[in-house]
Design a protein around this ligand. Structure first.
Ligand SMILES: [Zn+2]
Length: 466
């Protein structure tokens, strides 16, 4: 018998393979971070595993892929609510930006990843734009390494010169500092099995035309993706029209920035010709329905994008504009949002939404060959889902249950790169209680230092003391 790391047996397996096979009594053999074989009980006679996971009565899905977050924002959950995008930014995130230090970013990222994993996320793309002091990117990647998530750091640049003067940020990072850091981080993580890097230009007004051209050259040279906030609100096109006399997407096309390695985030204000441009260049989309609802940004044209064959993935966005990294909420909202907006219940069935959360994410990241489904040769990123909880049982169709009737409590075990990071509801890699406590302490300190706090019923809400 061949010795391997892990075998999962007696699983109700949702493979998400080409045929979308659902195998009611399956085994998955895992070795060296990869899926070695998928089959029936015959695998138990072929392999001797160090770890045997008995998934009897449970379902195994591929892990979810969240293609957009700002993990540092975990510290700002629930602040500055009930405003449009720019008013919200100017009254919460941008006010606190210059008060982030290493410990605060580390625990924000660790806490955010903890939420992500508990809700079934095995890969996260973090868009890190808080750089009041050098080295904060490294706090996010350290959190990726410590908790064991598959993490891609989107190294961002925020042109703080665009902030209103009353919230001016002392950060003086230049565009050149940004490119230097991208190269440093890319070199550092080039050979890492789980941690990677991409470029994350903030938004159309954050870079010069030369900066965008340089970004395309750097992406081609280093073979790393570019991800960017794009037409989340009408503000992008208003800026682009005022400065370049054309809309944002035609402007980026003219600069040569678009391509199959470009992950466009939000894409709410897409015109017909923009959809066509995305199809032509195979631009990928990160759809963040909860954030779009919280900030009343609008409803992205997801069903039309899918009809055109544009790759769409799902994401939580930062916790300051969503309040959580719970991917299960996003999966449900992605279905419900289109149904009600179009008054068409046949749009975005559960099968389609699960595809976006798994295969769609893999395609968006250019990782369809090694992520997104449970097939031999792919990385072993899996979740074990217990359908029998008070809110989800009785179960007739686990795919439907996953989308419409479950919570993180249903997700018991999570494997990433073949390693069990969550086992029977408990983390094997971090001290969860300590993480929550530290995050709460640091968040309270940050809010106080930044003068942030909400008003409810006309009065300022007092801080929670531990
Ligand atoms: Zn964002």
């Amino acid at each position: 018998m061949k010795k391997i790391d892990t075998i999962i047996k007696n699983a109700y397996l949702i493979t998400m393979n080409q045929a979308r096979d659902i195998l009611p009594n399956a085994c998955v053999a895992v070795d060296s971070g990869k899926i070695l074989a998928v089959g029936g009980d015959e695998l138990l006679a072929q392999y001797q595993a160090d770890t045997v996971i008995d998934a009897a009565g449970k379902c195994v899905f591929p892990g979810f892929i969240s293609t957009h977050s700002h993990l540092f924002q975990t510290m700002l959950k629930g602040l500055g609510r009930d405003k449009f995008l720019l008013d919200w930014l100017n009254s919460s995130v941008r006010v606190a930006l210059h008060n982030f230090d290493e410990e605060t970013v580390y625990y924000a990222a660790l806490h955010g990843c903890m939420e992500a994993i508990r809700s079934g996320t095995t890969t996260i793309l973090d868009y890190m734009y808080a750089h009041p002091i050098p080295g904060l990117d490294d706090c996010v990647t350290r959190a990726f390494e410590d908790i064991g998530i598959r993490g891609i750091l989107g190294r961002a640049f925020t042109n703080v010169g665009s902030f209103p003067p009353e919230i001016a940020c002392p950060t003086v990072e230049t565009e050149q500092d940004f490119f230097d850091n991208v190269r440093r981080l890319e070199k550092q993580y080039r050979a890492h099995p789980r941690v990677g890097v991409c470029m994350a230009p903030g938004i159309i007004w954050d870079h010069t035309d030369d900066g965008f051209r340089e970004m395309r050259r750097t992406a081609d040279e280093l073979r790393i993706p570019i991800t960017m906030h794009l037409v989340e609100t009408p503000d992008d096109d208003a800026f682009s029209q005022a400065h370049y006399h054309e809309d944002t997407i035609p402007h980026l096309e003219r600069l040569g920035v678009l391509g199959p390695d470009f992950i466009a985030v939000h894409c709410v204000y897409m015109k017909d010709e923009d959809l066509e441009t995305f199809r032509k260049y195979d631009v990928k989309v990160s759809h963040n329905p909860n954030s779009n609802m919280v900030l009343a940004s609008g409803v992205a044209r997801i069903p039309e994008m899918l009809e055109k064959g544009i790759a769409v993935s799902l994401a939580c966005d930062g916790s300051a504009s969503n309040d959580t990294q719970n991917m299960l909420e996003v999966i449900k909202a992605a279905s419900l949002m289109q149904k009600v907006y179009h008054r068409n219940p046949s749009l975005m069935p559960a099968s389609a939404t699960v595809e976006l959360a798994t295969l769609g994410g893999a395609r968006a990241l250019g990782r369809e060959r090694d992520l997104g489904s449970i097939e031999p040769g792919k990385r072993a990123d899996l979740i074990v889902f217990d359908p029998l909880s008070p809110f989800s049982a009785p179960v007739h169709d686990p795919v439907s249950t996953l989308v419409y009737a479950c919570s993180p409590d249903n997700i018991k075990t999570v494997l990433i790169e073949g390693k069990v990071v969550l086992k029977d509801g408990r983390f094997t890699t971090i001290d969860e209680e300590k993480t929550i406590w530290q995050a709460q302490r640091l968040a309270a300190k940050l809010a106080e230092k930044s003068g942030l706090g909400n008003v409810q019923w006309g009065r300022k809400v007092p801080p929670l003391s531990l």
